[in-house]
Write a protein that binds this ligand. Structure first.
Ligand SMILES: *Cc1c(COP(=O)(O)O)cnc(C)c1O
Length: 454
């Protein structure tokens, strides 16, 4: 699709609609002439060049990429009207689109009932899930793995709850024996399971945790902010297929967070929270003297903690899902390519003399480190940092990221290392662009060269 063409069509379509209302003059206080605009615009585009090339396959660093053009057109078209999805008074159509897109997300996870909405981020979506958890189990805390996103510990603090970090195994997944030890104290009301940790992409064993739900009367919340869309590959044929058990078990958990602004091709400002039991909506009850007038139907602001939210986000997600729905044949193909890229690179690293795999990738995140002599944590740390920095300079830059691995986590995977420090930075590449699939050989060769100081 031709972005310029459709952006032009967007401005015309909205102008045609605006013209059905009476004519009026824009106020002089808002008028800017083109010459002045050109100067400021030049400065803007100039300054925006001071960025990393998130779009390019040689950017293999953090969880960053531009949105799909369909999402851009959907967002900008709706933004010309600027609906607010807080209330039906603010955006009746985009509120309906939000409900439709959220229903598609709920269906993707296998929920047969749901209450949910979009949020500005995964952070706010998780806050809402933990808030509901607190209302349902007052006085009891939250358990999450050591490798869970830091937001859980932080939001426990915000909500006045006690957080219980639980040990992980040598693949970065929550250790359920350690979890059970914590649950036996009776102090935990909700367990957060992460399907796709932010650092390594590890998937907690949701299916095995289900038994603990009954045994200890706890809620299960799934933080699938990063990994959620990988459910589209659960049980798929081919190398990209994922074991289905943890993913199928999500349907039996109480709440889910997923970030369309990570793997759903959306611009930032698009997270989502889903509850299996629609009754939890009662915990959000409040009166608004301002906004809930035009309809007695449910307004999204009545089931969310945020007030104003971009209706444009809902329009962007809705339009994207019309074209690339959250199905294996749709969005699943995008994730499959990234997953194959990660597997392909891991294979190259496994036989490399210059690099070592930190652990097998479970999703599309590859973790690795330079083979150093003597093999000490301090040497791995400084070599990783040097490769990260050197990679970004020079004529053919590659962009990686580093991850701090703790001493115990590192030695559990690589007992031969001399643990002379409390941990080491390792290298990490999130291969979330489908184009990565055809660039892993280049990335591998370049990173090997960097390891040798070239
Ligand atoms: C990214 C992420 C979050 C935080 O989401 P934001 O959208 O960045 O606020 C929470 N949990 C996990 C597992 C994540 O990957």
């Amino acid at each position: 699709m031709d972005l310029q063409h459709w952006l032009g069509r967007a401005t015309h379509a909205i102008q045609d609609w605006a013209d059905t209302y009476g004519p009026y003059q824009p106020h002089p206080s808002l008028q800017i002439d083109d010459d002045r605009f050109a100067v400021a615009f030049e400065e803007l585009t100039g300054r925006l060049k001071d960025n990393y090339p998130f779009f390019h396959p040689h950017y293999a660093g953090q969880m960053l990429k531009p949105p799909h053009p369909a999402a851009v057109v959907g967002y900008l078209t709706a933004m010309l009207i600027n609906p607010n999805n807080h209330a039906l008074d603010g955006g009746p159509t985009t509120a309906a689109m939000e409900r439709e897109a959220v229903a598609q997300l709920a269906a993707m996870f296998g929920y047969d009932t749901h209450l949910g909405h979009l949020t500005t981020s995964g952070t706010i979506a998780n806050l809402e899930a933990l808030f509901v958890a607190r209302e349902l189990h007052p006085g009891r805390g939250i358990a999450y793995s050591e490798d869970a996103h830091y937001t859980h510990g932080r939001m426990c603090h915000v909500l006045g709850m006690t957080g219980h970090p639980v040990r992980t195994d040598s693949r970065g997944r929550m250790d359920l024996d350690a979890l059970e030890d914590v649950l036996r104290t009776g102090e935990v009301g909700t367990v957060v399971l992460t399907t796709g940790t932010t650092g390594l992409g590890a998937v907690d064993p949701v299916h095995q945790a289900l038994a603990l739900k009954e045994r200890y009367g706890v809620r299960l919340h799934v933080d699938a902010a990063y990994g959620g869309f990988f459910i589209l590959l659960a049980g798929a044929d081919g190398p990209e297929g994922l074991p289905s058990e943890p993913w199928r078990a999500i349907a039996r958990c109480d709440s889910i967070v997923v970030d369309p602004h990570k793997h759903g091709l959306q611009p930032y400002g698009c997270g989502a929270v889903l509850f299996r039991d629609p009754e939890v909506g009662r915990h959000y009850l409040h009166d608004s003297p301002y906004t809930y007038f035009t309809s007695s139907e449910l307004h999204l602001g009545e089931i969310s903690l945020e007030c104003s939210r971009a209706g444009a986000s809902a329009a962007a997600l809705w339009l994207t899902f019309q074209l690339l729905p959250p199905t294996r044949e749709g969005l699943g193909q995008v994730l499959a390519a990234g997953r194959r890229a990660a597997l392909g690179w891991a294979e190259l690293i496994a036989v490399s003399q210059h690099l070592e795999l930190y652990q097998e990738p479970e999703l599309d995140i590859v973790s690795y480190f330079p083979a150093v002599e003597p093999a000490t944590l301090a040497a791995v740390d400084s070599a990783s940092a040097r490769i990260l920095a050197d990679g970004m300079t020079g004529p053919d830059p590659v962009f990686l990221s580093t991850l701090k691995a703790g001493r115990e986590a590192f030695t559990a995977r690589h007992p031969g290392i001399t643990a002379d420090a409390d941990g080491a930075r390792i290298l990490r590449s999130v291969l979330m662009k489908p184009e990565s699939e055809h660039h892993v050989e280049y990335l591998h060769t370049r990173v090997e060269e960097l390891t040798r100081g070239r």
